[in-house]
Write a protein that binds this ligand. Structure first.
Ligand SMILES: Nc1ncnc2c1ncn2[C@@H]1O[C@H](COP(=O)(O)OP(=O)(O)O)[C@@H](O)[C@H]1O
Ligand SMILES: Nc1ncnc2c1ncn2[C@H]1C[C@H](O)[C@@H](COP(=O)(O)O)O1
Length: 209
């Protein structure tokens, strides 16, 4: 019988609104694992960032990096058994890079951020997840989910921002190599309509161990 070790660290990746949090809860319930979520509600920069990318992008990246690094440390110190909502790799590979490329983060700030990220994360000592679950699907459904969730700052953000991010995710995952990747298409399961489909996802996941 296939088995997922109870010290595993599984991270869920994918664009905003794709369903990471929903899957994180369902997997953790099914496996009796702990959860690690990103800081959205009490994030001191996120609202300001959406109102003025240029002014706040560096501050926000440093904040997320610090928070995710602390979470990473906690998960390892507690001996694993975690489902993590979003990976630290997306901060640099998607968000920081996108803002630097678009000119909403200065090149100097981007270099400072990148050198800090590399010193903290891209070392042999940094524990990698056992598996990264990559969620993907069609752009329109993801946009509908962002609207339905209703975070005002995201609803006010131009469609072109989400489109740019959506396209970057596909490029990013095609060269991602830090750990094994399980790709899940959100059109092939629906946790809100049928909670039992988590069993199929767990079975697929277990083949990675
Ligand atoms: N299978 C689904 N069908 C429809 N809506 C969904 C489904 N799964 C999640 N959602 C909804 O989509 C929104 C975004 O999901 P969420 O898990 O918060 O995404 P993420 O964490 O990736 O931003 C939420 O309102 C959630 O309830
Ligand atoms: N590193 C990041 N830079 C900018 N914005 C980020 C970063 N990480 C997360 N975010 C934003 C995107 C969303 O508005 C919220 C939460 O993301 P979600 O995909 O809904 O969990 O934070």
């Amino acid at each position: 019988m296939l088995h997922i070790p109870n010290n595993a660290i599984i991270t869920v990746a994918g664009t905003v609104g794709v369903g990471k949090t929903t899957l994180t809860h369902a997997l953790a319930d099914e496996l009796n694992f702990k959860t690690s979520f990103e800081k959205v509600d009490n994030n001191p920069y996120l609202d300001k960032f959406y109102r003025d990318f240029e002014r706040w992008s560096f501050h926000l990246q440093i904040y997320f990096l610090a928070e995710r690094f602390k979470e990473q440390k906690r998960m390892v110190e507690e001996g694993g058994g975690y489902i993590q909502d979003r990976s630290i790799y997306e901060d640099t590979g998607i968000f920081a890079k996108m803002h630097a490329d678009k000119g909403t983060m200065t090149q100097t700030d981007y270099q400072t951020y990148t050198s800090l990220f590399e010193a903290m994360v891209m070392t042999p000592y940094f524990p990698r997840p056992d598996v990264l679950i990559y969620l993907h699907g069609d752009f329109d459904s993801i946009l509908d989910r962002i609207q339905a969730r209703g975070r005002e700052m995201e609803k006010q953000t131009p469609l072109s921002y989400w489109e740019e991010m959506y396209n970057r995710y596909e490029t990013w995952i095609s060269s991602f190599s830090a750990c094994p990747v399980l790709r899940l298409d959100i059109r092939e399961y629906d946790l809100l309509a049928d909670q039992s489909c988590i069993k199929r996802i767990v079975h697929e996941l277990s083949t990675y161990f």
